[in-house]
Design a binder for this molecule. Structure first.
Ligand SMILES: [Fe+2]
Ligand SMILES: [Fe+2]
Length: 155
């Protein structure tokens, strides 16, 4: 059977899609960390860094520029906002970081897939030209991510 053609990501949404790629890498690194029995405190330090540098700004941009295209009543947006809350709570949890990191690894991946496969397609279908121009301003607000020095996932 022929595979469905992937929908081309609108240029304005590409910076966020690039960050999604880093998010998937984050999940992979955490999974790798568990497999290598890296200490939780070491992984948690990385997760805290990633939350501050990548996740928080990313959520802010989506909520400010992208989600308003469909509006808060839209069930896809309700789901996305709900997942942002859940992911944020998992990153911020200090009581059971081992459990939280393990759930987070899965949940972040699912959230990104939902946005890439469903939500962003709907957004680019529904957005007016001026909404897309506004989303395009995201390019100005995103810089290249820093490297994290303690690469526990390597080797
Ligand atoms: Fe999101
Ligand atoms: Fe996202």
């Amino acid at each position: 059977m022929e595979k469905p053609k992937p929908i081309k990501r609108h240029e304005a949404l590409q910076p966020l899609s690039r960050q999604h790629h880093f998010g998937l890498l984050f999940s992979w690194k955490i999974r790798k960390g568990f497999a290598k029995e890296i200490s939780i405190s070491r992984m948690k330090a990385y997760a805290d860094w990633f939350f501050e540098k990548e996740i928080q700004p990313h959520f802010r941009l989506e909520e400010e520029f992208v989600f308003p295209v469909l509006g808060p009543e839209n069930p896809l947006i309700e789901r996305a906002l709900q997942e942002h809350q859940e992911i944020k709570a998992l990153f911020e949890d200090t009581k059971e970081p081992s459990k939280s990191l393990s759930i987070l690894e899965e949940k972040l991946k699912d959230h990104i897939r939902f946005e890439e496969r469903t939500l962003f397609n709907k957004i680019q279908e529904a957005a007016t030209i001026s909404e897309m121009e506004k989303i395009d301003e995201i390019h100005l607000q995103i810089s290249t991510p820093d490297e994290y020095t303690d690469a526990f996932w390597e080797n």
